[in-house]
Design a protein. Structure first.
Length: 479
């Protein structure tokens, strides 16, 4: 009997080890990057872009259109080779496209995305003028230097450099630039995508902003992780509302409107969405197997057996928990206006980031079901802005391997791994014209630098900006 148990355990161990060894081989297909030196002249172009106050507001009437109108002249004045070698088409106040005709226009084209709008600045929080483009200590400071006037200008500069050398891509390449990504992108990327759909355009693959080369991202992996987004969470705001009896607070009912909202909020926070290992997360964990210790590798490579353990580990941190469940964050609560007056109504807004495999409708229905016995109403508060998740793009195909190979040449020693975007990008608007959507921002950042995105003192190092241009140059040169 003991020998039988030992034999079974040994067989299981052998299976686990052999399965782990399948994923221990390291990818070695690196494309050496094109040589590129960053001059002050090129950096000055980024500084000029930063100086354009293209600040997006959810209420478009608050946007300074005169600032947004500076974008096209900026492109024309700073990238003459692009203007002469590519076809520019302006589409409304918040978007434009550039077409770079390839040698063989019968092949499906490739699309590169970037946006030039930025989020508002909180006055008094910056150590430098947020629109000054000041350079100090090897960094260019200003709103948009990380998100994402850096990729906007790096794409233009990479094309400028290649065009000046006489390069023509084998297939046609498009650049699509939007000016309202920070407010869901309906007038920018949405308008461009509608144009592409109307003209019957289909793309082989596209690349948008996304993950970065994250330094010290995981304690179990010592190498920097180059995170390439292959899927993207959906988005919806849900409104919970309650009506109550108004009057003087000296004679309150058992439950005020504010109390009803508080109870509903507490109920939702105590009922988080279930954790799931999506195909993207499974691929990410398998992708880092060659770079972790062997005991950890056994767990990550045998996910069906160790799924409960993996979920528990990922749920231990807010950032990793967001990768395996639909998150729900109560961001707004509104009710009374005076301390001694009972509020007659109350509401709470819950922002949900939806995991692939679920939908806007399914998340609204779940919240409604949980609160069905409470005297509150539940509704989709962002009908025009809500969107379902963008499902996984193909993995380890030719486009993904190409991006991975270029990353390996520019960011030496980085480990490329598939990733799920927990925030929204313009790429969601293009799902009807492109099946293979990838998201990567070519810069190597420490956690404290990542925290500067959408925050005060946003800045990019000269070396990161150089590598961004070098990355796009090398990638475009392979198309």
């Amino acid at each position: 009997m003991i020998y039988s148990i030992f034999a079974v355990l040994l067989a299981i161990t052998v299976v686990l080890v052999l399965n782990t060894l399948r994923f221990r081989g390291k990818f070695t297909g690196i494309i050496e990057s094109l040589p590129f030196e960053l001059s002050d002249h090129i950096v000055d172009k980024l500084k000029r872009a930063v100086a354009i106050k293209s600040v997006s507001h959810s209420d478009y009437s608050l946007n300074d259109l005169e600032e947004f109108k500076k974008i096209i002249p900026f492109i024309e004045n700073n990238y003459p080779g692009v203007i002469s070698g590519m076809e520019l088409e302006v589409m409304g106040d918040y978007s434009c496209i550039l077409k770079w005709p390839g040698k063989d226009e019968s092949v499906k084209p490739v699309l590169f995305l970037a946006h030039y709008d930025v989020v508002p600045v909180v006055p008094g929080k910056w150590s430098a003028d947020p629109f000054g483009g000041e350079e100090k200590d090897g960094f260019i400071w200003g709103r948009g230097t990380l998100d994402t006037k850096n990729t906007f200008t790096a794409l233009l500069e990479s094309a400028e450099q290649l065009l000046s050398s006489g390069y023509t891509p084998d297939r046609t390449v498009y650049f699509a630039f939007g000016g309202d990504e920070e407010t869901q992108g309906t007038e920018g990327a949405g308008r461009i995508s509608a144009y592409f759909q109307k003209t019957g355009m289909e793309f082989d693959w596209l690349l948008d902003e996304g993950g970065v080369v994250a330094e010290n991202a995981l304690a179990m992996v010592k190498e920097p992780l180059a995170l390439v987004g292959i899927s993207e969470k959906g988005y919806v705001n849900i409104r919970i509302a309650a009506e109550g009896k108004g009057g003087h607070s000296s004679m309150p009912p058992a439950h005020s409107a504010a109390g009803l909202i508080a109870r509903a909020v507490a109920t939702m926070e105590n009922r988080p969405f279930p954790a799931k290992l999506t195909p993207t997360v499974e691929a990410f964990l398998k992708g880092i197997v060659p770079f972790v210790s062997f005991p950890v590798a056994i767990v990550l490579a045998n996910q069906r057996i160790f799924s409960p353990v993996i979920k528990k580990l990922l749920l231990a941190g807010d950032q990793t928990a967001a990768l395996i469940r639909t998150t729900q964050a109560v961001t707004i609560i509104r009710s009374g206006k005076k301390e001694n007056v009972l509020p007659s109504s109350g509401e709470a807004i819950i922002n949900l980031r939806i995991l692939p495999g679920e939908t806007v409708d399914s998340t609204v229905k779940r919240v409604s079901q949980i609160l069905k016995h409470q005297p509150v109403t539940v509704e989709n508060y962002s009908m025009n802005d809500s969107n379902d998740p963008v499902e996984e793009s193909e993995l380890y195909n030719e486009p993904y391997r190409l991006i991975e190979s270029v990353i390996g040449g520019v960011f030496k020693g980085a480990v490329t791994a598939p990733y799920m975007m927990t925030g929204a990008t313009d790429s969601k608007h293009y799902r009807n014209v492109c099946r293979n959507i990838y998201r990567f921002s070519p810069m190597s950042l420490k956690s404290e630098e990542i925290a500067l995105i959408h925050s005060a003192d946003e800045r990019i190092s000269r070396e990161n900006y150089r590598k961004a241009i070098q990355f796009y140059m090398t990638l475009l040169n392979e198309i």
